[in-house]
Design a protein around this ligand. Structure first.
Ligand SMILES: *[C@@H]1O[C@H](CO)[C@@H](O)[C@H](O)[C@H]1NC(C)=O
Ligand SMILES: *[C@@H]1O[C@H](CO)[C@@H](O)[C@H](O)[C@H]1NC(C)=O
Ligand SMILES: *[C@@H]1O[C@H](CO)[C@@H](O)[C@H](O)[C@H]1NC(C)=O
Ligand SMILES: *[C@@H]1O[C@H](CO)[C@@H](O)[C@H](O)[C@H]1NC(C)=O
Ligand SMILES: *[C@@H]1O[C@H](CO)[C@@H](O)[C@H](O)[C@H]1NC(C)=O
Length: 783
């Protein structure tokens, strides 16, 4: 290194240090926005204006976030307060408060949806994890948490780099994937409330990090998925299906935000419901944070639901119900007239603002330069698209992919034994099919075709077969000719955002356009059974492929993210043993006659309503919830220490008031969980241990899904309910123990028609997968 250059470099370092020591009061481009830095140098113009000679009380880090927020709010004028009530919150220059953008997204990686993050600075790409429905299929809470951590760290890194003016991420979406045609089902962890609850806790805990890297927001409370509908929901479905993910999200995951949706619930718009936003979310579930409205959801209280008469009344009703910040400017525009007309008081606004500023306090926006923070100040460009995050994106895709069919051992392919390979289908080389919705610019991408070429080079011959997944016209003859001249054929079919996305639900569960005909023609022409890979978010009815012996294997790969093509290739060529399980029921096409607007989970045989999800649906399926094959054969045995030794604790239940479940027919006694109480419940917990053995031929992970089965469906009891899941790597020929903590109050209970959680006396049946492995955990001691 030349001396002159060395001196210049040293000067540059000194300059950078100087700039770090003297942060500006209002952030410049490429500076993180913050407040409460050290006082400006005496010569600066800010000092000349006589500002901030005394540090503000709200800058005092010894006070609680709420105390600091209250002090700041007390110093704002009414107009300044009103300017804080939209996602674009104005700055207050006289107090050194920077403008803030509440709306950012990080569903499966930071996203171009939202307004708080810019991808045009030092960092231009972020890690794009699989769309959530695929990551959910891994049934691995540790994985979900690590994905959340990665997204949180990348958010904080962009913030430190001055490329974000917000750290409030409006993710995850933990609505129940209730109807298979829902366009946003891809964003969710599936149809099961326990899976969704575990996902919420894991992702939120990861994203919010140990040092408060970012703030997560569980959306859309509640019973959402039909945007502007008045969703009619029973108390039973609300308490055991729609609400649990939100409860877990705030009570256990400690999410600092809940978003209210566009829908109304039994006549009350979600963003106007004080029963939901204040009584449940804040008081019962104990949320310490803020409530955001979905974008322009406040306006829809009047414009779509006609619940209020004037805009003033509308903003008043929502703020009084417990909503704190409205995405959009409707509240900012109408709050002042609402105060003037007497619909809203300044005190109502103050309550919302203290919630909002307390969250910003906890995110460190009022602690000086965030780059000097001991926990997250070091995060920067090297922490975005890091090797660790990229390999996590690959791991999430690999572990989510579900092997649905492998009848004749068509998979895995041996690259050395394959002489020629045809890759056919509109999703084989389609970047759009990797990401689903709510994505950001990815660090790098591997399409399935590229992934296969990584193994097979240019000997893989490719034909899209249709111009897009809509597949209005198919090149059937060409595809059949390619198939007949190839040793092996892999088809990449499925859906895209043109068939399923936000605001676009499907009307059919079949593959679109000419896809089915194309697949069948290719399978007929091929020399040996073909391999069908489906890239979709929601389920598709592929009965034709399941039943066709010329289709040897079927894989479902969701929308697999930036490393999706590599993950699929690893599965195809046997470098990864598939482990994923379907997080939704794959219904047959006939399910489309069930009205999407019917929110009921439980079947109603009297009217032919079949019910929804593995818990209640009584009709035929294409593939079941929890279904997924492996290249290896695994066997399982269950052990439990819960039998006689715990009867002592069971007698703890004696004296708990028993009540008759209204219509269970059998005269079975059930016990109110709330009357058993937290303390007694905790003493009933027992371990259930499952031994998993891998009979080969390949090492790999196995996921164990444990269910409780109810002997009767009366009273609205589910047929069964997933109570826990674990995955475990097991080598060929070896055994491993997987342990579950079973809590009867939580896992044996069900919700009655009155919305109360109860435990039945009598036998309880634990199952692993679809097999009943152990029965009769008697709560006989109860009566
Ligand atoms: C902020 O409010 C506190 C108490 O209400 C008051 O003592 C203080 O002077 C105010 N500061 C500013 C800058 O307005
Ligand atoms: C990035 O985009 C933002 C908003 O569009 C703009 O204000 C900013 O100047 C851009 N920064 C760079 C470095 O181009
Ligand atoms: C509010 O937002 C709408 C839509 O983005 C925009 O057209 C309008 O100008 C905004 N109004 C104000 C007062 O900012
Ligand atoms: C709110 O404002 C409307 C007019 O916009 C008025 O009719 C109504 O009485 C007001 N409600 C309250 C509670 O003040
Ligand atoms: C009851 O539960 C407690 C706490 O889990 C445990 O230590 C104790 O051994 C149990 N008693 C019986 C009789 O099983």
């Amino acid at each position: 290194m030349a001396a002159a250059f060395r001196i210049a470099a040293a000067m540059a370092v000194a300059l950078v240090l100087l700039l770090l020591i003297l942060p500006p009061r209002v952030a410049m481009a490429d500076e993180p926005p913050y407040s409460c830095g050290p006082p400006p140098p005496p010569s600066s113009s800010l000092a000349a204006q006589g500002q901030q000679q005394q540090p503000h009380r709200f800058c005092d880090a010894r006070l609680t976030a709420e105390q600091r927020a209250a002090d700041l709010v007390a110093n704002l004028t009414l107009a300044e307060k009103v300017s804080q009530l939209g996602d674009r919150a104005a700055g207050v220059a006289r107090l050194g408060v920077p403008a803030y953008e509440w709306w950012s997204e990080g569903l499966h990686g930071l996203s171009i949806w939202g307004r708080g993050i810019r991808f045009n600075g030092t960092v231009r790409a972020v890690t794009s994890f699989p769309q959530v429905i695929l990551t959910a299929a891994a049934f691995d809470a540790g994985l979900w948490r690590r994905v959340g951590e990665a997204v949180g760290a990348e958010a904080r890194a962009l913030y430190n780099l001055g490329q974000a003016n917000g750290l409030t991420i409006w993710s995850p979406n933990v609505n129940i994937f209730r109807d298979p045609m829902w366009g946003r089902g891809q964003e969710t962890p599936g149809e099961d409330p326990v899976t969704a609850s575990r996902y919420a806790v894991a992702f939120v805990t990861g994203l919010q990090g140990i040092g408060g890297e970012a703030s997560a927001c569980c959306k859309h409370a509640t019973a959402y998925d039909l945007d502007y509908w008045n969703n009619v929901v029973t108390l039973q479905d609300l308490e055991d299906t729609y609400n649990p993910p939100f409860k877990s999200c705030v009570a256990e995951g400690k999410a600092t935000c809940i978003m209210c949706g566009y829908n109304s619930i039994n006549g009350v718009p979600a963003c106007a419901s004080s029963d939901l936003l204040t009584k449940k979310v804040r008081q019962e579930w104990g949320m310490n944070g803020y409530v955001a409205s979905d974008c322009d959801a406040v306006a829809t209280i009047r414009d779509a639901h006609h619940y209020t008469l004037s805009p003033e009344d509308t903003v008043a009703v929502s703020i009084k119900a417990g909503m704190d910040v409205n995405c959009g400017n409707y509240t900012q525009v109408h709050a002042m007239p609402a105060v003037q007309k007497g619909n809203l008081t300044e005190k109502d606004i103050d309550r919302a603002l203290v919630n909002l500023f307390a969250v910003r306090m906890r995110l460190g926006h009022f602690d000086g330069d965030p780059r000097s923070n001991a926990v997250y100040g070091h995060l920067g460009a090297a922490d975005v698209c890091s090797p660790a995050h990229k390999s996590l994106a690959l791991e999430a895709a690999q572990d989510g992919i579900v092997l649905l069919k492998n009848d004749v051992g068509a998979l895995p392919l041996q690259p050395s034994a394959v002489t020629s390979l045809a890759v056919i289908g509109p999703n084989a080389d389609n970047l759009g099919a990797l990401h689903g919705n709510y994505f950001g610019p990815p660090c790098e991408t591997t399409t399935p075709l590229q992934g296969i070429k990584g193994y097979f080079g240019d000997r893989a011959r490719f034909l899209a077969g249709c111009d897009s997944p809509a597949c209005a016209v198919a090149a059937t003859n060409e595809a059949a000719a390619l198939a007949s001249s190839s040793d092996h054929v892999v088809l990449f079919m499925g859906l895209s955002q043109k068939q399923e996305q936000e605001g676009l639900d499907r009307t059919s569960l079949l593959l679109p356009g000419e896809q089915q005909g194309l697949i069948t023609a290719v399978a007929n022409a091929a020399r040996r059974p073909v391999i069908l890979v489906l890239l979709t978010g929601g389920p598709v009815d592929v009965t034709f492929a399941k039943d066709n012996p010329k289709i040897g294997a079927i894989l479902w790969a969701g929308y697999p993210g930036q490393a999706g093509g590599l993950a699929i290739a690893k599965v195809l060529f046997g470098d990864h043993n598939p482990i994923g399980r379907l997080p939704v029921t794959w219904y047959p096409e006939e399910f489309t006659k069930v009205p999407m607007t019917d929110m009921r989970m439980r079947a109603d045989p009297a009217t032919g309503y079949p019910g929804r999800s593995y818990r209640f649906y009584q009709g035929n399926t294409v593939y079941n919830f929890g279904y997924g094959l492996s290249y290896s054969k695994f066997s399982r045995r269950m052990f439990s220490s819960f039998s006689t030794s715990n009867t002592g604790n069971l007698s703890l239940l004696a004296g708990v008031m028993a009540r008759r479940a209204g219509d269970d027919g059998g005269g079975m006694s059930s016990y109110l969980v709330k009357e058993i109480g937290v303390e007694r419940c905790s003493r009933l917990v027992f371990p259930a241990v499952v031994e998993v053995q891998n009979h080969g031929p390949m090492d790999g992970k196995h996921s164990v899904l444990m269910y409780l089965r109810w002997p009767t469906k009366s009273g609205g009891r589910p047929a069964r309910q997933l109570i826990g899941f674990r995955s475990q790597h097991v080598k060929v020929g070896e055994k491993a123990m997987v342990s579950f903590e079973v809590s009867p109050c939580e896992h044996f209970s069900w919700v009655g028609e009155d919305g109360e959680r109860v435990i039945d006396g009598g036998a309880h049946f634990l199952m692993v997968g679809d097999e009943e492995l152990e029965t009769s955990f008697g709560l006989w001691g109860l009566s």
